[in-house]
Write a protein that binds this ligand. Sequence first.
Ligand code: ADP
Ligand code: MG
Length: 251
Amino acid sequence: MIQINNVSVFYESKREKVKALGPINFKAENDDICAIIGPSGCGKTTLLNVLSGIIKKYEGEVLLDLKELNPHIHKIGFIPQDFGLLPWKTVEENCLLPFKIKKEVVENDTTQKMDLIMKRLNINELKNRYPNELSGGQKQRVSIVRSFLINPDLLLMDEAFSALDAIIRDEAQELFLDIWNENKMTTFFITHSIDEALYMGKKIIVMSNRPGEIIEVIDNNLFNNKYYKKDKDYSILFSHIKDLIKRGWDK
Ligand code: ADP
Ligand code: MG
């Protein structure tokens, strides 16, 4: 279980102190997938950076299974908005980086799983390339492979499918759900697509304008259903979320 208690973030410069987020209060169970949707600049990336341990200076607390969140103890898979690849490492080395950092041996199972995921995302031919030889969408897929490979306790995805074309995006969404159905890891993902939130989000967190607060959490019964668009609740939920986001703009 992850508990986010009264979390607020301020960005400080010499001239000013700006509140970017919060207060946020939220609780997710271990098998929850939470979609985060809200206007640009409302603090979504900031929230994910708190959960990933990148932002250490914040008010409030974040607990994972009742212990303070700590990237050295908890296994956190993170797909940042800028993909987070090391330019001097090949695609394969970038995918296996978490193992190298933790000085873990890469077992055959892992390389086999890597090959499988790469094939599904159609980047298996790119293993020996360097990031600057890849398109944005290809870089994003490398970042996806890396985070799916480590069986994380907590998976964080910041608009992880945004640079993918429609066909690869569908495949990536399905791949994510396959991996989640196997491992049931706690997941937070940011998206601008209401459809993506409805397909992949067990819970949908709608945020207000900056400093982002949670306006509503929707328990989404269309989640994990390939035919979600055919469900009788689809259009009602879609317009409801759209209205909420619009209202957030006027806060
Ligand atoms: P989102 O991901 O929802 O678009 P962000 O979390 O990136 O929003 O940013 C939230 C707010 O904080 C924005 O208004 C942004 O301009 C500001 N912000 C983000 N990073 C910094 C920073 N390093 N220093 C100062 N302000 C920042
Ligand atoms: Mg962002």
